[in-house]
Design a binder for this molecule. Structure first.
Ligand code: ZN
Length: 336
């Protein structure tokens, strides 16, 4: 008798050998409880797709159709993420934002060590994450210039101790790498972190629980000063694409990672490419996820009637596994 008890919120368990993912059957990466599964691999049949702060997409599946999802879970799962602003708006805000920042000498030196010229560095628009100015002051400047930070990935609202909230962003040291679309507009920002313990590269994105939003895993379009090779090259990583474009004199698409191949396909189409050259890291033979991502990308491009080739080179060391390092080292790159 009496009122129905509120539904218990059940914590998610990580897929393991003992308890594999109920949707894909794999023993890692996914999470679930008795009525919901957040599968990282199977999108078919999911009722919602969530972009995580690291850019990966989690697919939510109901394990017990008809079961009411508890409120607490509803908050977590159906978080009220700010809708992403249009690409023109994002481009305008990011351009203003980067103009307020500078590139510290140590970052400039690092980029030059990677093989970029001073002109490339200037043209591509890398800027250091500010260390001597409070992030909220920069946000205030942007707002004073009439810009709205809602829906711009990377910015979020922090609670003020006097009540209310204000716009800010994370300022862990490192530098920004603009992620551009086919028209050169800045659609998102990648960050090369100084402290690489949590990963070398982190997207400027997320905090959806605090008025921020995710940028997804957009593919970057790197352009050389002059296009001499009409083929479109595809690699993993935005900075790698920038460096490769400068050396190949070709348009290079930088996928967020080999597993984030989906956003690459519409970019290839928009560029009207007839022939593409895939130049993923040479460790793909030993990396199953990379190999799988590449296979799926190749299959998708071939379906669209695009000629797909692959660049190979003999890496003499771990430092030459990327196309950028191979080009800078002057290795012989063959297209097969
Ligand atoms: Zn799964």
């Amino acid at each position: 008798m009496g009122a129905a008890r509120p539904l218990e919120y059940e914590v998610f368990r990580k897929a393991s050998r003992r308890e594999p993912c109920p949707v894909c059957g794999k023993t890692d990466w996914c999470g679930f409880n008795s009525y919901l599964c957040s599968c990282m691999r199977v999108s078919e049949g999911a009722f919602k797709h969530i972009i995580l702060s690291n850019g990966q997409v989690a697919h939510l599946h109901r394990l017990q159709p008809g079961r009411v999802i508890p409120d607490k879970e509803r908050e977590n799962v159906f978080s009220r993420e700010a809708p992403l602003a249009s690409i023109d708006t994002r481009d305008r805000v990011y351009r203003h934002f980067l103009r307020l920042l500078e590139l510290y000498p140590r970052h400039k030196e690092e980029l030059m060590r990677r093989g970029l010229s001073v002109e490339d560095i200037k043209r591509n628009g890398y800027k250091s994450i500010p260390e001597h100015v409070n992030p909220w002051i920069i946000c205030k400047k942007l707002i004073h210039s009439g810009l709205d930070l809602a829906g711009i990935p990377g910015f979020y609202r922090a609670g003020s101790k006097y009540g209310g909230s204000y716009w800010t962003f994370n300022s862990y040291p490192g530098y920004f790498i603009p992620i551009r679309d086919t028209k050169g507009r800045i659609q998102a920002l990648q960050r090369r972190m100084d402290d690489i313990r949590n990963g070398k590269y982190m997207l400027f994105s997320g905090h959806s629980d605090r008025g921020g939003c995710s940028c997804g895993t957009p593919a970057h379009v790197a352009r050389p000063t002059e296009i001499k090779d009409q083929r479109v090259w595809i690699t993993e990583g935005q900075l790698k694409a920038d460096i490769a474009a400068a050396y190949l004199d070709a348009v290079v698409i930088g996928a967020q990672g080999a597993t984030s191949w989906k956003p690459v396909v519409p970019v290839v189409m928009e560029l009207g490419a007839k022939e593409v050259v895939i130049a993923y890291d040479r460790d793909q033979e030993t990396n199953k996820e990379v190999a799988r991502g590449k296979r799926m990308l190749v299959a998708e491009l071939k379906k669209l009637g695009i000629t797909v080739r692959e660049a190979i080179w003999r890496a003499r060391s771990k430092e030459e596994k990327g196309i950028d390092d191979a080009l800078v080292a002057g290795l012989d790159i063959r297209v097969i």
